[in-house]
Ligand binder design. Sequence first.
Ligand code: PGA
Length: 269
Amino acid sequence: MRVIVEKDKDGVGRRAAQFVAALVRKRPNCVLGLATGSTPVGMYGELIRMHREEGLDFSRIVTFNLDEYVGLSSSHPQSYRYFMQQNLFDHINVDARDTHVPDGRALDFEAYCEQYERLIKEEGGIDLQVLGIGSDGHIAFNEPGSSLGSRTRLKTLTHETVRDNARFFGGEEEVPRLAITMGVGTILESRQCLLLASGASKAKAIRDTIEGPITAQVTASALQLHRDVIAVLDEEAARLLERRDYYLQVERAQSALQSGELGAPTEGS
Ligand code: PGA
């Protein structure tokens, strides 16, 4: 896993946006996996700026969101569809028909979840999946104990997640108890993952994810099995990482390699 530590939350947003923008420029018809929550808001803001000021073109991208609360309509201010419209889709030139957020009011959830998986496959799979992380180490709504091979399905939220998200709903009582979520297995099939975290409340989950054992108790730790994950963290979220200095060395070596400072690799090296 590549680990990048930025000074603060704004730095995480800017750096993450650079990775997304680079892919959109290289492959204008790429498939992006998107996340909600407070963490990626800065990244979306930066992408909107790039669209307005630099002409970053989203007209051919396809998007799939990770999850949605069960029972909320797309017009509910706390639904993830509403979040995506407000924080990204309404401000860029993406084709609305190519944006997919699970439907929290589907009639037959089992059939709907299978269809969501099928649609991702039909679009050629996800090129880059953006991920936040819960304080309990979840990715998407794959709560502790979720199978690491899980697919899109319904999930009961843990008390920790309900408590963390109560701030958006004005109280725990208002938070839906069920969500529809891509599975860990679905996420692991993305070609690349971009894991974002900021703030001290994520420090333990980040340490467990990057340096702990792979376990269903911290579903983000399954990312250790993926061949191409970039974690972009701020100082506070990276605070408990023991191998921090090594990650920094790796980044320095990477940029030396890219700038040609190290010279061309010799044969057999
Ligand atoms: P947050 O949520 O970005 O609002 O902290 C992340 C998550 O629960 O996945």
